[in-house]
Design a protein around this ligand. Sequence first.
Ligand code: MTE
Ligand code: MO
Length: 570
Amino acid sequence: MKDFNARSRADAWAAALAGLVAGAVALGVGQLAAGLIDPGAAPVIAVGDATVDRTPQALKDWAIRTFGTNDKVVLIGGIVVVLALVAAGLGLLARRRPGLATAGLLVFGLVGAVAASTRPDAGSLDAVPSVLGAAVGAWALRLIVRRAWPPGHYAGLDQDAAVRDSGEGAHGGEDAGAHGGEDATGDGGHRVAGHGDVDRARYPAVMRAGGRPHEFDRRGLLTGVVAGVAVAGVAGLAGRGLAGRLEVGAERAKIALPRPAKPLGPIPVGADLRLKDLSPFITPNRDFYRIDTALVLPQVDPKTWKLKIHGMVDRPVELTYDQLLRRPLREADVTLTCVSNDVGGPYVGNARWLGASLADILREAGVQSGADMLLSTSTDGWTSGTPVDVVMDGRDALLAIAMNGEPLPLAHGFPVRQVVPGLYGYVSATKWITEIKVGRYDQEEAYWTERGWAPKGPIKTESRIDLPRGGSTIRAGRTRIAGVAWAQHKGIDAVEVRVDKGPWRQARLAEVPGIDTWRQWVVDGWDATPGEHTIEVRATDATGYTQTPDYAPVIPDGATGWHSILVVVK
Ligand SMILES: Nc1nc2c(c(=O)[nH]1)N[C@H]1C(S)=C(S)[C@@H](COP(=O)(O)O)O[C@H]1N2
Ligand SMILES: [Mo]
């Protein structure tokens, strides 16, 4: 009996493996079809997208807090784990209820199809990858199961004897496809005879051991699994390659950026104190934080890109990329901040942007009175609501095409995004922008507003300690404390630091090119004595407002409070 249990356990593992391989085939084929049709319609990505949009706010906040910018990887990983468990379960089911297992796979295909075709930028064929993947996966599962558990295997001794007697018959007739597949594994010519021999040798052994045969056909399983993994791998890789064919990176590389009509002077040398571990004044593009809901980067071809400005305007506008490039372009140094940036957090970065004045374009369109919101939309359907008065008040609100001297990186909105100094990204910084509808806050809601965030999001005055690192151990003696502070479109006038709730000390401020960027600060002479110390920082902006210690969480309109770190001095 012990033998019997061990065998049925092995049997169950084998069935789960068959299910996993069939699942991999489904995803691989789905990926291949998505590569041909639309990369965003790949089953896992589509389900991920749908999950992002339908996840309750609290859970999303928790995910961002816990996983930071890795939240996408964690989400996709989670979906893959769930799918793997389901696939393994369907494998177990497939031995006895193949019809049910097929139905199960098709249901999953349907879920993927619905997710893919309800995306805002879905094409008409976007259900195909999931459905096709599920169908081929179901077929693969049947094939593998039939190879590993040939008919008669479960039917008891008599039928087994019949199988044995008819030799090749039971095996050969049922699925030419699987046998064909085996050729690919290379045991060619004497395969048929060999297979028959194995069968004849094996069945009696099973019967001797347990009376009722439960052991699977190892060779059948192995060849099925190998063939399945090969199909999944080849299809998946081909799909990725095909998706890459659609990539606009090559178009981006060809772009020659026009010169700005009014170039800015160079960034003042004194803007960057160049201290090790202090955030550099200009954040290199590769280090710039990235926040968006896109699971695959939108690939927007500048040759076909258009921006449509409509709604409450006298003259609707349509702009092509070339037309935008021919407008007088201006440069602006602007620090972006995410509303999800907690006190002391990393979702803030500074760049020199190049773009066309959004206010000028809106003036040409003629904004009608009563309009107070620009509802901008990206290719992937994300929306943002920006106050009209802020954009029109003379600040450098841009339709930006370049970031730190190069065309926008794909992750930062290529080919065109909005940049509006002084507003959190979720209400201002639409990447991959294709549409601006001029309208009213009391009539429409943007993506994050629907999900509980404030309709308007002016950036709150904040400061952050970059060095020493919070939680680090440092050596006793004269120690430098430094960081950044920001109050975009107001400007930072003072930064103060205190240790262990002692007196506030004025920090020395670095230079800034304007009022729309963060500002580095440093306190040079803290005499660090052995023990644990708390360091706190607060900034005062140019309106005279000094940060208070009152903590507010990021939701609904941005965090407040003093950044406070603990260091151990030895
Ligand atoms: N299309 C699109 N644009 C978007 C977002 C998005 O999810 N989709 N997120 C916004 C948010 S919340 C922020 S903070 C900024 C971040 O810009 P970055 O990724 O270039 O740093 O982009 C904004 N623009
Ligand atoms: Mo954000």
